[in-house]
Write a protein that binds this ligand. Sequence first.
Ligand SMILES: [Zn+2]
Ligand SMILES: [Zn+2]
Length: 392
Amino acid sequence: MTRSSALKKEKQLRLARNTSKSRKIINIVRKNTRELQNYFISNKSQSTSNEQFTYKTRTFTGPSCQKLTDFLKQKGTDDNNNIHDYYQIIHNSFLLQLMKQTVCASCKLIWNGDMSVAKREGLYCSLVFTCCCSHEIKINTSKQCLNTSKRDINVRSVIGANFAGIGHQGLVKLCAILNVPLPIDDDHFFDTLDYLLPTFESYKLRSMKNAVEEACKKSNGRKITVSGDGTWQKRGFSSLHGVVEVLSNGPTAKVLDLERLSKKCSICTGLLSIKYSDPKKYSEIKNKHQCEVNHVGSSASMEVAGIHRLFARSKMLYNVKYAHYIGDGDAKVFPKLISDPPYEDVSITKIEDVNHFSKKMLHRLQKIAESLKKTNIDGKLGIRGSGRMTKS
Ligand SMILES: [Zn+2]
Ligand SMILES: [Zn+2]
């Protein structure tokens, strides 16, 4: 085999592998989406007692949740067995080509006309094909979600942009490059997000509960090993918002619980503008609103406070205890878990993670090497050099 044909074969193999890999990803995403849809439907009668995680017990989000459930229920019965239940990206010129191969129902001649867009909402539009005999055919490019004015494709685009982590701006760019119309504007984008949030909150809780049960199964009991971590909205320890989470242990670590910590509330801040001009309204809204502030103290202390909070509620939330903690960079978390134990009958043990352990080890070895620099060992100064301790 010549070198070029070998290269060609290798390229083909690589392409084949890539294809199967991407197909695998598509199948996983498709399965998860289907699961999510099924969950939306089956979730209807499921109630959760923990108000912290569900919007269902809050009356003001009830209708949204119901709407989404209804919409997906309708979808589920309609399309579960429909092999054509997906979108096609097709250039307008091909649609026109297709029309020109049909016979007009009105003038009975080969269709000859033009197309126009009668209405557009984000990625959805209503197309009109007008024959030269002025006969019109109208088609919609996406279904309307039941009991709402939202279109299926627009809801999907919002979910997709969030799953991909690109947000509205990213979605706009993607659409521009794909040469498809712009998505819904940012106001509608965030409206749709609010509309979807209750369902995602419930889904999140179910997913985390499953992860906890998985971890319990692995550790043969309800005392499990977890790791914890925190992240901030902004770097540099001045962030007003942060998130902490505990994860299960193992090669496929899953989030078991998480908490947002905020030092500032957007409603409280907004209210300041009417504090003196309309004190009555100010105190009325202030007393009624659900304040976002749930952390006082420095941004750096968010991780300690947050992880301690997650430990403290594990029993109530999942009936488990996080008995072993895999420490990460924040050295203050574990001492807090010891000085203010979240469980009466379990003292938490710390497991050092490999990354941080090796970093510490390296640091200490370097320190020893530095301190022995001027000491004569076996006729040489220090312990460094070839045949002795090297940097690699
Ligand atoms: Zn016609
Ligand atoms: Zn507030």
